[in-house]
Design a protein around this ligand. Sequence first.
Ligand SMILES: *[C@@H]1O[C@H](CO)[C@@H](O)[C@H](O)[C@H]1NC(C)=O
Ligand SMILES: *[C@@H]1O[C@H](CO)[C@@H](O)[C@H](O)[C@H]1NC(C)=O
Length: 132
Amino acid sequence: MFAKLLSFAASAALALAAPASFIPVPDDIILWSADISSPTILSVWDVGSTQTVTWDASKVPQTSANHTGIVLLGYSEDGSENLDTQTPLASGFLIADGKVDITVPNVTTRSDYIVVLFGNSGNSSPTFTIKQ
Ligand SMILES: *[C@@H]1O[C@H](CO)[C@@H](O)[C@H](O)[C@H]1NC(C)=O
Ligand SMILES: *[C@@H]1O[C@H](CO)[C@@H](O)[C@H](O)[C@H]1NC(C)=O
């Protein structure tokens, strides 16, 4: 389910890092840094449980109050994020809310999962654990 998704992450990162004059960035992508405050490196999520992903929404510009976000699950390996773009953990929520509830999917136990918040520059959490 995570296979071959590196290229998506890499190209998204490239597009966002490139000057606007070189690669057009869609108008609805807002660039700000919202540090993910949960999960933390100490988090252990059970498969099937409900968890809350939280981030610092205080930096969201007022003009972006109605922008919606996407939270993706991935795992950190060999320097790549291996994001599962097929099944977002959450989408359609307001970034300005600073949090969204998700249900932990039935994935294999690993201790190097990450969540990434898109709708902005793609903020990655620290690695954390999901267990069966
Ligand atoms: C956000 O949506 C509300 C309700 O539709 C609207 O009143 C407000 O002007 C919008 N804010 C921005 C910044 O677009
Ligand atoms: C997750 O999937 C495995 C393999 O299909 C299954 O054995 C297990 O019961 C599932 N766990 C949950 C919590 O659904």
